[in-house]
Design a protein around this ligand. Structure first.
Ligand code: SF4
Ligand SMILES: [Zn+2]
Length: 285
């Protein structure tokens, strides 16, 4: 199928800009931190937020942060790609690692867990928030696309964990003084379109799969959804529409406390990151 570059680029830009405008994701004077892994989703987010600022002549600051989990043979390429794109757009990039923060890399602790994504996700979200808070950012932009949101939605059912509902949607509220709210500009953009955009515009991306991704429930849900979509076109869109209806039902606002050890926002003290790092110390000693 031949894709007409200009009209495809207009479609992607309009899809993302519409989400930003409709849900007030970015305001003048904001300082936005973009979480960049080097993968296609975060790279598109970086380029779109940069274009949104330039094309609308807006006055807000953009920074980027790349979290190095310590996955040998994988993460190095992602960091290189993140650097390349940030340099091209003149966006300052901070790199911070699990090793700096907790003295162990993901490779060193992955054996302790059935799914490596569990400690990885907790540590990464923790660092993203901590660094953005230290840099006085107003929002953290992540590369979550429509497929990610549908997968997360279905995973809450698989885990009977509907408490996660308030974490869905394109913009999360600030519910703790040290919490930097998330925004998701790619919220209603299908994953396949993110990939096409990067290819037709020759944007450098890191498109390898993380070696640990096979251990996650997300990976199973993703394969299942892709298989159903192949056989029954439009399924993902229908799930997204159902999700919107559910999401529109007003959720009870959750409140957060401060972790007694690190002070970061958490539902229950100690926070999950402190809990994991304590657990690891006991296992290693
Ligand atoms: S796939 Fe899992 S282990 Fe790999 S970077 Fe993502 S969350 Fe971390
Ligand atoms: Zn803590």
């Amino acid at each position: 199928m031949k894709i007409e570059k200009e009209s495809f680029n207009n479609y992607v830009r309009e899809n993302v800009f519409d989400t930003i405008r409709k849900y007030d994701l970015i305001e003048n004077d904001d300082k936005i931190m973009i979480g960049v892994s080097g993968g296609k989703d975060s790279i598109l987010t970086l380029h779109m937020i940069h274009s949104y600022k330039i094309m609308n002549n807006l006055d807000f600051d953009i920074e980027a942060v790349c979290i190095d989990e310590g996955i040998a043979g994988y993460r190095e390429e992602g960091i290189k790609t993140a650097k390349k794109n940030c340099e091209k757009l003149n966006i300052p990039l901070t790199i911070h690692s699990f090793k700096n923060q907790w003295e162990h890399s993901l490779d060193e602790i992955h054996d302790f867990y059935k799914s490596t994504c569990m400690p990885c996700g907790i540590y990464r979200r923790y660092l993203l928030n901590k660094i953005s808070d230290e840099h006085n950012c107003d929002k953290i932009a992540t590369g979550h696309n429509m497929d990610d949101e549908i997968q997360s939605f279905l995973m809450t059912f698989a885990r009977n964990d509907q408490n996660k509902f308030p974490k869905f949607g394109p913009k999360l509220d600030k519910i703790h003084e040290n919490m930097v709210p998330r925004i998701k500009p790619l919220w209603k953009l299908p994953e396949k379109d993110v990939g096409i955009w990067c290819v037709i515009n020759n944007i450098p991306i890191h498109d390898e799969e993380c070696p640990y991704s096979v251990t996650s429930l997300r990976s199973d849900v993703k394969s299942l959804l892709n298989k159903i979509e192949e056989e029954e076109k439009g399924t993902k869109n229908n799930i997204f529409k159902s999700f919107m209806k559910t999401f529109n039902v007003k959720q009870e606002q959750v409140s957060l406390n401060s972790c007694e050890f690190c002070g970061q926002p958490t539902a229950k003290s100690p926070c999950k990151a402190c809990e994991i790092s304590e657990e690891i110390k006991k296992k290693v000693l």
